[in-house]
Design a protein around this ligand. Structure first.
Ligand code: MD3
Ligand code: FE
Length: 198
């Protein structure tokens, strides 16, 4: 099976639990249109914990070694630097599912206590990824189309840039990957949490 189809199979399994794929509820009461499930550490706005206290209280599924290997291979290829790749030790994955109407507003990812890069993999429908600046949500930003199979490494100053997904294109799914509709994005990250932290 193609690697992206294998990833879709794994994501379907993780979506079932122990913490199910769900719409994240924000502290102000807003509900994200994107659905998310986490591995290794659970992200809830705005902290990481081992258990999903905003969902069902369960401990999240483990972050598998093979996903760390995939992340290191991505850093090796992007940076051409085997030492940087070996130093990358992601301990969480956020898996986002977008239906055709889901969006993600402009934000920074700053709950991680680490400046390690973030590896992002996209599978399924094409979308507009808006890559901004480190100062604020507004201009200047660059719109990039992400398609199934695209992988990005966000390191250096890009790690702290505002970014979002303003649009998913309908009718662009990737049935060969096992997704009839919608888009999956996996981000591999270092939380900077100690393994003993709650
Ligand atoms: C740049 N996800 O999960 S992936 C997110 O397509 C998120 O689901 C989007 O933004 C998605 O936080 C964009 C690309 C991405 C992810 C994390 C980053 C870019 C990033 C963190 C820092 C800088
Ligand atoms: Fe983000």
């Amino acid at each position: 099976m193609e690697q992206r189809a294998e990833l879709v199979v794994a994501c379907r399994q993780w979506a079932q639990g122990p913490v199910p794929l769900r719409h994240t509820v924000l502290p102000g009461g807003g509900v994200m249109s994107v659905r998310t499930v986490c591995l290794g550490w659970h992200w809830q706005p705005y902290r990481y914990a081992r258990t999903a206290d905003d969902v069902n209280g369960a401990r999240v599924a483990a972050f598998p070694d093979w996903l760390g290997d995939l992340g290191r291979a991505a850093v090796a290829e992007a940076y051409g630097d085997e030492d940087a790749a070996q130093a990358f030790a992601p301990d969480t994955a956020l898996i986002n599912f977008y239906d055709d109407t889901a969006r993600m507003g402009m934000h920074q990812d700053k709950e991680e206590r680490s400046s390690a890069p973030v590896v992002s993999l996209s599978i399924g429908a094409r979308c507009v990824f808006r890559f901004g600046n480190t100062e604020g949500r507004g201009q200047p930003y660059t719109d990039v189309e992400l398609a199934s199979g695209d992988l990005f490494v966000f390191g250096g100053p890009s790690r702290f840039a505002f970014h979002g997904v303003p649009k998913v294109y309908t009718g662009t799914a990737d049935p060969a990957a096992g997704l009839r509709v919608g888009r999956l994005n996996l981000t591999l990250r270092e939380t900077g949490m100690a393994s003993g932290d709650a």
